[in-house]
Design a protein around this ligand. Structure first.
Ligand code: ATP
Length: 515
């Protein structure tokens, strides 16, 4: 048991000259990264930041992110990671709720942060500039100036890994108001080790290169694109945004060996006309999570890249991974695999959730393990509903097969009830993804005076393909029970997504029920 930041010190001791981060033409070794994190930590202490104080990081993927993350942990501060795309209202909620006094931001976010400062507790704004030389935003410090105020000498702080919070991670808000999950040092470290244990047959210490384009501010990116890479003394090749041509060029130039991603990223890569010309052959293993990976997409991506996709499952409240398809045993496409080490799981009835259901039956997934959060920040009632008897109630409907493999069927909140039938959007989406013209598909329930809800599919078609509503409905008729067939099909250029690339069902549902 040791504090999270120790993994950086370990990598620095074992592989000081290995590249820790590649950022365009910049390379940073483990030694440099470790010392930069100490400089940042001592600069924070000079500003008066103490153990337990909240430090917010609102940056895209870049070296300063990692420096601020490990530097803040070294002081015992609690990190609040904030999505740079949030609008003022959402940002204000997180700043007020967390009570952060310090924030590290990208220069372009300065006006947004300033506009909410009077409603928050912010005292220190540290500004990172990625474009040119760092702009000087007096009286606030630029990142480089700030670093110079630190001498690397740290006033020792004692951290209790089991109880001290390392990260206050606000949930994505896909389904509702954002809550702060309290993740301790042990929670986060446990998940890095659990993931490593699962992948260790595929990962070699000191040589892996991770394509880190999934955002670090999201718990999946934090764990798989940053912390796991540090744990295995690998090189994290960072890109601040997912721009398909740039991603393909980076793969060609940097030859990453692993690529944690979300399904929409694999969709974009699979369907890009030049993907094969660029080549994705260096990638050996991909860890997909955050949203369901349609089986057809998994097969197509693997065919085009030669890589192996291991789909996993997790949630913010579990730092995040609880399940994954193993690299060392049978992989089942469509399933999210088995529990990672030390993780227990069972499926409970959909009523009050007190009875375990039989194998193969649907119910709510509950999990227990060292990665499960301490609770929600300042929300005892929500904590009591979500953590019951040490079990985390995930809100996801799932089933477990005879081999213990888990299938996520849907979120409880996404279930469509039409004419009394329960329809799981996922069943319909899997069929739509098999249609040759479909690039992306989402299925939601729209209000219907007669049926309660009706099934509606919203589709994005592949570039050179066409299809009309009739054809899609006929296709579904041939492949689905009648009650699941969409009544309406709408075609769009793109689907609304969160910054992590998750399709925003809630936004679509709200928009379509207003019509
Ligand atoms: P909020 O919890 O606020 O609604 P969010 O959905 O963005 O926001 P996260 O913690 O980022 O919250 O996402 C966790 C959820 O993502 C899980 O509960 C599950 O519904 C979904 N999920 C994650 N991995 C998978 C997967 N492999 N297959 C299906 N669903 C997944």
């Amino acid at each position: 048991e040791f504090p999270m930041q120790r993994i950086l010190q370990n990598a620095c001791e074992s592989h000081p000259n290995n590249t820790a981060i590649t950022f365009y033409d910049r390379k940073i070794s483990y030694q440099e990264l470790f010392h930069a994190s100490l400089a940042f930590a001592s600069a924070l202490q000079k500003k008066g930041v103490q153990k337990g104080d909240r430090v917010a990081i609102m940056l895209p993927n870049c070296p300063q992110y990692v420096i601020a993350y490990y530097g803040s942990l070294t002081t015992g501060a609690i990190i609040t990671q904030i999505n740079p795309m949030l609008v003022e209202r959402e940002l204000q909620h997180i700043l007020q709720d967390s009570g952060a006094e310090t924030i590290v931001i990208l220069d372009g976010l300065y006006p947004k942060v300033k506009s909410v400062q009077q409603h928050a507790n912010l005292k220190n704004i540290i500004v990172v500039s990625l474009q040119t030389s760092e702009a000087d935003f007096q009286p606030d410090a630029s990142f480089d100036q700030f670093m110079k105020t630190g001498d690397g000498k740290i006033n020792p702080v004692s951290i209790d890994p089991e109880n001290d919070i390392a990260v206050l991670q606000y949930t994505g808000g896909t389904t509702g108001r954002s809550k702060g999950a309290m993740l301790t040092h042990s929670n986060i470290l446990a998940n890095v080790v659990q993931t490593y244990e699962f992948f260790k047959h595929e990962l070699k210490i000191g040589t892996e290169r991770t394509l880190s384009v999934i955002p670090l501010f999201h718990v999946f990116g934090m764990s798989s694109a940053m912390n796991l890479s540090v744990y295995i003394a690998g090189d994290s090749i960072m890109l601040p945004r997912f721009e398909i041509e740039e991603v393909l060029e980076t793969i060609k130039r940097e030859q990453p060996t692993t690529f944690p991603g979300v399904p929409t990223m694999y969709v974009a890569l699979t369907n890009h006309p030049k993907a094969e010309e660029y080549g994705m052959g260096s990638i050996q293993v991909c860890n997909s999570g955050s949203a369901p990976m349609p089986v057809e997409l998994l097969r197509e991506f693997e065919r085009k890249s030669g890589a192996k996709i291991l789909e996993g499952y997790g949630l913010t409240e579990a730092s995040p991974t609880t399940h994954c398809n193993p690299a060392f045993a049978k992989r089942k496409p469509g399933s999210v695999g088995i529990g990672v080490p030390s993780t227990e799981y069972k499926v409970m009835d959909l009523g009050d959730g007190t009875k375990e259901v039989a194998s193969g039956e649907l119910g709510e997934l509950v999990v227990k393990g060292p990665q499960v959060m301490k609770g929600y920040w300042n929300m005892p009632e929500e904590t009591a509903v979500t953590l019951r008897g040490g079990w985390l109630y995930t809100g996801d409907i799932a089933k477990v097969d005879e081999d213990g493999y888990l299938y996520i069927v849907d979120r409880k909140k996404d279930l469509i009830i039409a004419s009394g039938y329960n329809i799981y959007p996922r069943d319909v989406e899997e069929v739509l993804y098999e249609h040759p013209a479909v690039q992306e598909a989402v299925v939601i329930g729209v209000p219907d005076a007669y049926r309660g809800e009706s099934v509606k599919a919203v589709l994005v078609l592949k570039n050179n393909k066409t299809a009309n509503e009739r054809e899609i409905i006929d296709y579904c008729r041939a492949n689905l029970s009648a009650y699941k067939v969409p009544h309406f099909v709408e075609f769009r250029e793109e689907l609304p997504k969160t910054n992590v690339g998750k399709i925003l069902r809630r936004a679509l549902r709200e928009e379509l029920s207003r019509k």
